[in-house]
Design a protein around this ligand. Sequence first.
Ligand code: SF4
Length: 318
Amino acid sequence: MSETDEVILEARHITKTYPAPNHRILKVNNDISLKFYRGKTLGIIGESGCGKSTLMRVLMALERPTEGQILYRGQDVTKLKGEKLRCHRQKIQMVFQDPSAAFSPRMRVMDIVCEPLLNFKRIRKRDKEETARRLLQMVELPGDFVWRYPHNMSGGERQRVGIARALALEPELVICDEATSSLDVSVQKTVMELLARLQKEKQIAYGFVSHDIALVQAAAHQAAVMYSGNVVEILPGEKLGGSCLHPYTEELADSAFDFKKDFRNFSPVVKRDSADDAVFLPGCPFQNRCSRCMEICRKKRPELKTVEREHQVACHLY
Ligand code: SF4
């Protein structure tokens, strides 16, 4: 990102903890600092349980961090309450993985996409149909879909409705939480194209949360790789495939499917330990899975260091 890029939301040293059995403290997010820029996509990648979803809830002000600040255009929103917090939530919206679970099956598309606008008194009830048709046109759905129910649509169509609803309030940041994971591959591509077009037109910042490294490489201007509650590498999205440095990112890149993979001659070589207890370990959280682990890795937690322009890595090898 260049210095002229406009920061919409900044997470500063966010830590989120929960009490764990045996009087231990579970650090689900550990000292995370990230920036979301206007018109750019920050991909957040990591396996299930790495703390991505908790971080998103904290960024959306649905949960308060245990430590740290969330700055929206320079203002700390972690202290907001009541009506001020409710108004702030208009600025950051979310597209969910499974839109059918996010919508009430009893609501028509018109009510689904206009609900946020009515809640914030941005439209009158009598303007609902016209507004819904305009929002559906934005996501390339026929206007007559305003009368449909979610179960009368395909997965891709439902996700377009989810995008229309998320953009209805004209947010500056949209968090796409595994937004295309449940879709067929061909539908995934068309939804990604739609998101890219809308970003270009409206200069929205996206937080693109995914466990699919190839998708994040294709979609993100910048990517943050998470492991066991820590951001272990931040790098330009296009570097994810060949120029990543952290051993965990390398493992993720190596696991991505491509046309050259041949499982007919498969022989397992990598020992994979659970990441569940890594959060309690002193030193590097990746130590039990890392083939290059050194003595220092078991004692001292590596901090993110800048190794090249726009590239930071938390590993004692660098
Ligand atoms: S700090 Fe050590 S254990 Fe952790 S990823 Fe780097 S080399 Fe591996």
